[in-house]
Design a protein around this ligand. Sequence first.
Ligand code: TXD
Length: 311
Amino acid sequence: MNKISIIGAGMTGSTTAHWLAERELADLVLVDVVEGMPQGKGLDLAEALPIVNKDVEIVGSNDYAATKNSDIVIITAGLPRKPGMSRDDLLTANAEIVGKAATETLKYAPDAIYIVLTNPLDTMAYLTMKLNKLPRERVIGQAGILDSARMRAFVAMETGVSVENIQCYVLGGHGDEMVPLTRLSNIAGISLKDYLPADKLEAIVNRTRKGGGEIVNLLKTGSAYYAPAAACAQMAEAILKDKHLIVPCAAYMDGEYGLKDMFFGTQVQLGRKGMEKIVEYKLDADEKALLDKSAASVKEMHEALKKLVKI
Ligand code: TXD
């Protein structure tokens, strides 16, 4: 059986375990610093498995040794946003938490592929790769599947068409300057630009960009977790089943779109090696300008990280 360790057993971590257990894909380990909590959630999930007829092992622990020989490590540990905060406000606190999670897990799971969820997402993925000195194939950030799913959901709400017919692609950094690609996003092959009136499409783009904040403002005590966790589970499945699935994720850029030495949201192909390749679009000048703007703000956050941590 494959093994997936989830670091941080809070809202996204435990919900990821839930989605993964339903897929019967791997044995699961939940690690958290809070005493008893990961053990309790692990046991509760394990006790649900007879009801849904799935056979995987699920355990919780406060000790990183439990992650031994994991195939995948998913890092969700860290603070979430509260109303009024941007994702970038989390940098200092989360750099320390993610840094520890990354280096501790590598000791026990030297071959693991890392999926990073903690915000500020692109910069935490960069930190994980740099601190652990991993090849870029082995570190992927989750953001694009979620942002694209939000856009797909909003298009479905607007049009009444099945989400299965709706493909949306959101690239760029996981911040308010993310880039929903309206020309390439489509309903059954018809570009959203042709399917929807300009004002409706613009409203969907704006709502997508602020989709995370919309939920933070409603929940008041934390951020979204069902959809982010479902996205992590899809990534883990694509990797373990070697699906060669093309999905938007944050990946280390090495010249793609003219960007270097940074994590950024792009289409990637996921398989057993992790991030197998970056799939580049031919963008028009307007789309490229939006990506460059988003890249500039991610770069700024990477520079702020480098002032905090030696990498
Ligand atoms: O799309 C995305 N990338 C995101 C990212 C979508 C949703 C949430 N996103 C970010 O994930 C969010 O901004 C946060 O930075 C993380 C975790 O969010 P979550 O909603 O799961 O936060 P919780 O419920 O507070 O859980 C975090 C857990 C909590 O149980 C802490 O005790 C634990 O992290 N924690 C640790 N675990 C292990 N090791 C250490 N050092 C540690 N420190 C805190």
